[in-house]
Design a protein around this ligand. Structure first.
Ligand SMILES: [Zn+2]
Length: 339
């Protein structure tokens, strides 16, 4: 089946009370890992690429990798999503490349670093939503600012500073009314990257209660959790066991994400866990078999390790078993929906 709009997939998730992992890709092995996991668990998938990923791969390679996934897995609905578009132009260029969903992150100014004004955010997100919807492409916006920094985007806020930029539920409601986004990323205390929390997060630093409040005000908007890798201890340990140096850190517990899914969270961004799995597997081969120099010898276990992370998340979020239940459509067929 062709790439599907994200709106279609998230609507199905909302109707059936599950969440979908949005998994980042930068190369062929990562796309393969996601698709192998999706096939094994019968999961619909959101594959997302950041600006950094588009620069690293080149849009042409990325587009053809996505088209290969579509060709090889005709029964799996796939969304191709732009993660953290920093400007309307970035979103429009993604739409030209065939992305079926874009995130306009106007919570930061165009440099992708400094928190912006509400007015700027609402204006640029509305502009993107109008143009994207005219093409049937789905749109995610963001209100509030997350901690951490990744791929050159993010305000680089510390865990403590991020607490000052949490999403205001009333403003979230206004933002959706002003922009018409399909999905809304909210700031509840999570950060991008591996270093999210200095200790296992409690309700003081990870404000899941905020999700519940926002969902009450916006029952028809799909909520998105960014920076939601769980940063499992065993993945940190493998890296450190084989010569790495990951400082002790804590991610977002899967149980907390499951609580979010009960309250309107439909898209959960997971990137760090894949990176940790890949790096741990490669380090293990390098340490145990230093005579190896064939990239396939370490990329095969790396791909397998990421696949296992994908399977675990797809199962925990409830998307497993739903690929065949989604009635796929195209962006073109979505155009009339937005009129
Ligand atoms: Zn993000």
């Amino acid at each position: 089946m062709p790439l599907v709009p994200m709106r279609t997939m998230l609507d199905h998730a909302a109707e059936n009370d599950y969440g979908i992992a949005a998994l980042n890709v930068n190369n062929m092995e990562q796309i393969q890992a996601i698709m192998m996991a999706a096939e094994e668990t019968d999961s619909p998938v959101i594959i997302q690429a950041s600006r950094g990923a588009r620069k690293y791969t080149n849009d042409a390679y990325l587009r053809h990798l996505m088209l290969a996934a579509v060709e090889l897995y005709p029964k799996i609905p796939i969304v191709m999503h732009l993660d953290h578009g920093n400007s309307a132009e970035t979103c429009f260029s993604a739409i030209e490349q065939g992305f079926t969903s874009v995130m306009m992150d106007g919570s930061l100014s165009e440099d992708g670093k400094v928190p912006s004004s509400y007015e700027y955010n609402a204006e640029v997100t509305k502009k993107v939503a109008q143009a994207a919807h005219a093409a049937g492409v789905s749109v995610e916006g963001e209100i509030g600012a997350l901690g951490g920094i990744e791929d050159g985007h993010g305000a680089g806020l510390s865990e403590e500073e991020a607490q000052e930029h949490l999403t205001d539920p009333a403003q979230a409601e206004q933002f959706v009314a002003d922009t018409g986004v399909d999905a809304l990323a909210v700031a509840i205390g999570t950060s991008h990257g591996a270093y999210k929390f200095k200790k296992k997060p409690t309700g003081d630093v990870l404000k899941m209660s905020l999700i519940e409040e926002i969902h009450k005000r916006l029952p028809n908007t799909h909520l998105v959790m960014h920076g939601s890798s769980s940063v499992p201890q065993e993945l940190q340990d493998i890296i450190n066991q084989y010569g790495g140096d990951i400082k002790q850190t804590y991610g977002v517990p899967v149980e907390e994400i499951q609580r979010g899914i009960k309250h309107g969270v439909r898209k959960i961004n997971v990137d760090t866990d894949s990176r940790l799995a890949i790096t741990g597997a490669i380090r293990k081969v390098f340490a145990e078999s230093p005579e190896q120099f064939d990239p396939r010898k370490y990329l095969t276990p790396a791909r397998e390790a990421m696949k296992q992370v994908c399977i675990a998340r797809m199962t925990a979020f409830g998307q497993a078993g739903n690929a065949g239940k989604i009635k796929p459509n195209t962006c073109k067929e979505m155009v009339s929906f937005y009129k």
